[in-house]
Write a protein that binds this ligand. Sequence first.
Ligand SMILES: Nc1ncnc2c1ncn2[C@@H]1O[C@H](COP(=O)(O)OP(=O)(O)OP(=O)(O)O)[C@@H](O)[C@H]1O
Length: 263
Amino acid sequence: MMRITAEAVSVEIGGKPLLDGVDLEVRPGELTGLIGPNGAGKTTLLRVLGALRPPGSGRVLYDGKTIARRERPALARRLAYLAQGGEAHWPLRVERLVALGRLPHQGPLGRASAEDQSAVERALQRSGVEHLRARTLATLSGGERMQVLLARALAVEAEALLADEPVAALDPHHQLRVMDLLRAEARAGKAVVVVLHDLSLAARFCDQLALLHRGRLLAQGRPESVLGDRELASAYGVRVLRGMERGEPFLLPWERLEAGERP
Ligand SMILES: Nc1ncnc2c1ncn2[C@@H]1O[C@H](COP(=O)(O)OP(=O)(O)OP(=O)(O)O)[C@@H](O)[C@H]1O
């Protein structure tokens, strides 16, 4: 079980603030959604939470403790990071790529144990990409590639999973499948953070949302309190249509607001 706490995290590049005084608590057993417009700082915050980038000021605590440089390898076993889908033209077979998720668990000789092998099999199966195992990454479609990268992150079998837009390239069926999977990971006790642009998926699946706007947390808490008309108008400049289906909310971005109409 791992709790990740960001305290007054700020990041600046060339005098431009990317994150400004962000406080966030990521709890085990919960699915936390990071939302906000393009360029709001979601990826930057996710990388800071994952210790992939140091904050300029403020700090990140893992179970209440900061991580020293020499403790990084141990953290790599406890925390899996799924990067935003990029190009991947490596001539690497899918099962080899997923097996890379086990590297943090292996010694200097890098021998895969039976446990490593079964973690890879579980990850391939859970991400629904067993049938792609012998293919090379370069031959996959964008959505297939994302599911394979998710399998690599699952193979780590870490206490925390940080996923940057894992459903952006997926069709509706696979989007729901991945959100179910992330929620199940959280229910199993993991701390899971997911960056999302789809407001309905954020509303339905997440326990907690953090809405970033220009590097600041505009709102944070239960989805129903974060996804208010005012918050969405202010952060995204949109008006949404809303509804409920069997007790669960959905939101449809409907129209853009002119600059003067934003709160
Ligand atoms: N190395 C850099 N130099 C200058 N600006 C940067 C650098 N890295 C990030 N930025 C800027 O910081 C801001 C936040 O970027 P970030 O990737 O965190 O946004 P995001 O919320 O994940 O956006 P998106 O939804 O488009 O993926 C953006 O305006 C980006 O252009």
